[in-house]
Design a protein around this ligand. Structure first.
Ligand SMILES: CC(C)(COP(=O)(O)OP(=O)(O)OC[C@H]1O[C@@H](n2cnc3c(N)ncnc32)[C@H](O)[C@@H]1OP(=O)(O)O)[C@@H](O)C(=O)NCCC(=O)NCCS
Length: 193
């Protein structure tokens, strides 16, 4: 098999999480990214099954990340929220962001999802078909710039007449039990005693 130096896109695994967090901190700044209104739709939730992607560079490190999340685009209208998308600065302007987007959109379509929402730079996302006109009747749970609030229909008409607040519908993350938290804290408490 020929060796390749191009990053390889695959589904994210637990082993990618720490490097993904570091990449997002580098791309957006930790405080800034956690303050985003989109984050209110992601916090405490798991990404949609089969729709969290990572790209690994030649040395195996995570060089790009993209996730999609379950939301309701107003009452009774399932959709996905896309983001954050980040590519490591060393790997930008080589088509990797575009490849991550294309992979995510194809996979979401294959899995039968109807629409994707995101908050981001319209000049970048327009090339994938995202359009602010599709979100005109929707609101986000916090402040947002309407010109950056974009939608894409994977199924024609999936966002037609969409109206109301976008709300999170993804499965909650598994939180540790009280017993597990105490067990984690015990060695630290003994050291400082
Ligand atoms: C935005 C980002 C994901 C693009 O990744 P990438 O791998 O460099 O993207 P691609 O190589 O597929 O595309 C590069 C093209 O997108 C353009 N582009 C990059 N960022 C852009 C932006 N914010 N707005 C408009 N165009 C942008 C580049 O100018 C280039 O244009 P060209 O094809 O005409 O030369 C990457 O720059 C990044 O991680 N930025 C920091 C985090 C971020 O802003 N994420 C997106 C949130 S809106």
């Amino acid at each position: 098999m020929l060796a390749t130096t191009a990053p390889v896109i695959s589904l994210e695994t637990d082993a990618d999480i720490a490097q993904r967090e570091a990449l997002l901190d580098l791309a957006f700044g930790r405080a800034a990214r956690l303050a985003k209104t989109s984050e209110r739709l992601r916090e405490g939730r798991r990404p949609a099954d089969g729709l969290a992607f990572a790209a690994h560079g030649p040395d195996g490190r995570v060089v790009a990340t993209l996730r999609l999340w379950h939301v309701a685009a107003g009452p009774g209208r399932p959709a996905l929220l896309l983001g954050p998308l980040a590519v490591h600065p060393w790997f930008r302007d080589r088509g990797l962001g575009g490849a991550m987007m294309t992979t995510a959109i194809c996979e979401a379509t294959r899995l039968g999802h109807g629409a994707i929402l995101l908050v981001g730079d319209a000049p970048y996302y327009a090339r994938f078909g995202f359009d602010a006109a599709l979100t005109e009747g929707l609101w986000l749970p916090g402040s947002f710039d309407r010109s950056r609030f974009l939608g894409l229909e994977l199924v024609s008409g999936a966002l037609a007449g969409a109206r109301g607040l976008v709300s999170p519908t993804g499965a909650p993350v598994d939180l540790p039990s009280l017993g597990e938290l105490v067990a984690q804290a015990e060695p630290e408490m003994k050291r400082s005693a």
